[in-house]
Design a protein around this ligand. Structure first.
Ligand SMILES: *[C@@H]1O[C@H](CO)[C@@H](O)[C@H](O)[C@H]1NC(C)=O
Ligand SMILES: *[C@@H]1O[C@H](CO)[C@@H](O)[C@H](O)[C@H]1NC(C)=O
Ligand SMILES: *[C@@H]1O[C@H](CO)[C@@H](O)[C@H](O)[C@H]1NC(C)=O
Ligand SMILES: *[C@@H]1O[C@H](CO)[C@@H](O)[C@H](O)[C@H]1NC(C)=O
Ligand SMILES: *[C@@H]1O[C@H](CO)[C@@H](O)[C@H](O)[C@H]1NC(C)=O
Ligand SMILES: *[C@@H]1O[C@H](CO)[C@@H](O)[C@H](O)[C@H]1NC(C)=O
Ligand SMILES: *[C@@H]1O[C@H](CO)[C@@H](O)[C@H](O)[C@H]1NC(C)=O
Ligand SMILES: *[C@@H]1O[C@H](CO)[C@@H](O)[C@H](O)[C@H]1NC(C)=O
Ligand SMILES: CC(=O)N[C@H]1CO[C@H](CO)[C@@H](O)[C@@H]1O
Length: 649
């Protein structure tokens, strides 16, 4: 019998009412929110953790959509490229675009050729043509005096979603830079390729060299070298407060030389060599240090910059670094932090970008910033030293490495909040410097996450915590039961707001056609609308949007489990009561907040604990309703396997 049925019984039915009053005492859960007192909750509580994994950056959030566009790496191949017409393509090693982009794409056109010739790029498992104005940028070398056509074409269908021809005059001595603007129509799926073509008769008997071909949609906030809007908009809707980047393991690198080198991710993209990423594919680093910081600014996120701390993943590859060997890397980080005062040169004209590259090497970062017109420094206040240094043999040396970086950074920038990459005391100095934070990670089963509800009640409170990575594990896409488990774990964090200052679900994004880790918060394909809001996504969004500044005491006769709760209030005197039902029975709730009359109730749940939103179907969506209280008491029913927020004012 559902208890909802019981509540609908009219009062005054004699024996039945005795039955049901008792029944309600046993079955219903009554919560009283105390409007006085409470503990402050961090304004930065819910954020994002990002690293390039599962093509979350290249092929995902980073706006540039052509794969292998710079033919980068020590053993490049022709992945994604094809030839059009009576012509052949090859990797050319003798006509470098720049030192960083030493390989170019050669198109050999035999003499006597007529008809269209050119090159195609299949994107990262397709191209998401969203109907916006697109931009393509490339360099070309070869004797051309004629039109070049840039097109986006349905693979298999031949449907043209956009095409523009522009006259190009280039020579075979030097690369000529070309920009083409392309109006598009939205494609129904991601099965689209990009083509650059020209009349074979114009170039018969010659070779053309294409350097670093780029294709962008109209980016998020219209930034040069910016983000894919379809993914950025879904991120923005979470209402998050910080971004932890650039890793994760991808910061560390497999070897000393493959670490994330901040200085090779800045400046014009043609001067970024890219690197062998940790997650089995080459990173272009087009999404570099400045782009991350613009992302933060444009989305209202506080940057949490993770710095390389002397440890790479492959134990045999020259790390951990200790003693004097650490010094150059500590100095490198001090230089990196000065980057917070560099302007990104990329949004300037090509001419100005060249000026930047050729700038007097004796100029300081501050002078570069001033010359480039950025008056405001980047607002970096949070720096994490390394990543998961408790793992993979990093623990033994971490006390020394942490201390070397901490001391140098703290001496120069005492107002920065510095964060150790673990809270395992055996890897950390004792005592920890006061004011430093520590990072705790937890990937767990749904039951395991629920079991962690009281974990933070019982840990040492001398240094506050970032929960820099957490999520359900062992599933392909986030399931409802796991999302409820995450909500219970997050309530444990909110209840310990004196200790937990920041938390970020991980991983964030996933191109489903090339995946190294599941589950992820937001999976996507290249079909323009196929960016999936998973069960876990909705929980993150509900917790983030409905985050108060003060955690309130809640009294109840009921114990936690299967229903969990936490309450907070905001300065505008609205109240948020978060609830999770970790079970297959519905639950009747009455929540009292004296004096409040109306509330919005948002509920996400499913009778099937394994229900999941995937690229194929999204059965789980939050449902909103408006409630009126009876003298400050709101009554409602929580569905099975659900997470709810009662927002009252
Ligand atoms: C409500 O909180 C105040 C302040 O912390 C406390 O004094 C009071 O006893 C609490 N009321 C109840 C009913 O618990
Ligand atoms: C069309 O798609 C197929 C299958 O994914 C791919 O092999 C081919 O290269 C694509 N065509 C073009 C011109 O990119
Ligand atoms: C990418 O994955 C989606 C979802 O599984 C699939 O429909 C699509 O065909 C895949 N694309 C390619 C190019 O393999
Ligand atoms: C190529 O560039 C060099 C160096 O800037 C210049 O001297 C030369 O005139 C250029 N060649 C052509 C054909 O423009
Ligand atoms: C970046 O800095 C490293 C030292 O950390 C140095 O070895 C490397 O040459 C620098 N790269 C560039 C392009 O200056
Ligand atoms: C800089 O970031 C901190 C932490 O997020 C924030 O409190 C502060 O308001 C920001 N300052 C500016 C000028 O944006
Ligand atoms: C406030 O923090 C203290 C210390 O951790 C704790 O005992 C108390 O229960 C907290 N109060 C609320 C309302 O969370
Ligand atoms: C309404 O609730 C307040 C406490 O919040 C209580 O003092 C008052 O008696 C209640 N009024 C009615 C009519 O139940
Ligand atoms: C498991 C998986 O899909 N791995 C893929 C990760 O991405 C690389 C490069 O894009 C592919 O080669 C792997 O197959």
């Amino acid at each position: 019998m559902s208890s909802k049925g019981v509540l609908s019984l009219k009062p005054g039915l004699g024996a039945l009412s005795i039955c049901c009053a008792l029944f309600q005492t046993v079955q219903g859960i009554s919560l009283q929110v105390n409007k006085s007192g409470g503990n402050a909750s961090s304004p930065l509580m819910y954020g994002f953790m990002f690293e390039d994994i599962n093509h979350s950056g290249d092929g995902g959030l980073y706006g540039q959509m052509l794969q292998n566009n710079g033919l980068q790496g020590t053993s490049p191949d022709l992945t994604a490229w094809g030839a059009v017409g009576d012509a052949t393509i090859a990797i050319d090693y003798d006509n470098p675009l720049t030192t960083a982009i030493p390989h170019t794409l050669r198109l050999d056109v035999a003499s006597g050729t007529t008809g269209t010739v050119g090159v195609t790029n299949a994107g990262y498992w397709g191209i998401p043509v969203d109907g916006s104005e697109h931009q393509t940028y490339f360099w070309i070398k070869g004797d051309i005096s004629g039109d070049i056509t840039a097109s986006l074409v349905g693979n298999g269908t031949g449907t043209v979603y956009g095409s523009t021809s522009i006259p190009v005059s280039s020579n075979s001595d030097n690369f000529t830079y070309v920009e083409v603007s392309l109006s598009t129509e939205k494609a129904p799926d991601g099965d689209v390729y990009f083509e650059l073509s020209l009349d074979g008769a114009d170039v018969a008997g010659s070779s053309l060299y294409f350097g670093l071909v780029q294709l962008f949609p109209t980016t998020y906030k219209n930034r040069y070298n910016g983000l894919q809007p379809r993914i950025a908009n879904v991120l923005e809707a979470v209402g998050a407060s910080f971004l932890r980047f650039p890793g994760g393991n991808n910061l560390e690198g497999e070897s000393l030389d493959n670490r994330w080198k901040w200085n090779e991710t800045i400046g014009p993209v043609q001067d970024r060599p890219g690197r062998e990423g940790t997650w089995s594919y080459y990173n272009t680093d087009g999404l570099g240090l400045d782009e991350y910081l613009y992302w933060c600014e444009d989305m209202g996120l506080a940057p949490l910059l993770a710095i390389w701390a002397g440890f790479a993943l492959d134990a045999g590859a020259g790390t951990p670094l200790t003693g004097d060997a650490l010094t150059p890397y500590v100095d490198d980080v001090l230089n990196e932090l000065e980057v917070k005062i560099i302007i990104n040169p990329l949004h300037m004209s090509i001419a100005k970008r060249r000026q930047y590259v050729l700038g007097d090497s004796s100029t300081t970062y501050g002078a570069i910033r001033a010359a480039n017109g950025r008056t405001e420094p980047w607002n970096v206040t949070l720096v994490e030293i390394g990543n998961e240094d408790n793992l993979g043999g990093g623990c033994v040396s971490y006390t020394e490495r942490f201390t070397a970086f901490y001391d140098a950074i703290h001496a120069k920038y005492p107002s920065l909040t510095l964060i150790a990459s673990t809270n395992d005391a055996s890897c950390l100095p004792s005592p920890m410097p006061s004011g430093a934070m520590m990072d705790y990670h937890d990937y767990n089963t749904p039951d395991g996450l629920v079991a962690q509800f009281d974990y933070f009640d019982n840990v040492d409170r001398s240094n506050s915590l970032l929960v820099g990575e957490y999520a359900q594990n062992d599933v392909e896409y986030p399931i409802m039961q796991g999302a409820v488990g995450e909500a219970v774990f997050m309530m444990g964090m909110e209840r310990n707001s004196d200790l937990i200052k920041m938390a970020s679900y991980a991983p964030l994004l996933q191109l489903v056609n090339s995946t190294q880790w599941t589950p992820n918060l937001i999976p996507f394909t290249q079909s323009p609308d196929n960016v999936v809001e998973t069960t876990s996504y909705y929980v993150q969004q509900m917790f983030s949007v409905n985050h108060g500044d003060t955690i309130k005491e809640v009294t109840s006769d009921s114990a936690f489990g299967p229903v969990y709760w936490v309450a907070s209030s905001a300065s505008d005197s609205s109240y948020f009561v978060k609830l999770a039902n970790y079970g297959s029975d519905t639950q009747d709730l009455s929540v009292s907040i004296s004096g409040l009359s109306t509330a919005k109730l948002t509920v996400v749940g499913d009778d099937d604990p394994n229900a999941a939103n995937t690229p194929d179907e999204s059965p789980v969506v939050p449902v909103e309703s408006t409630l009126s209280s009876s003298n400050g008491t709101f009554t409602f029913t929580l569905p099975a396997w659900s997470v709810a927020v009662l927002a009252a004012s």
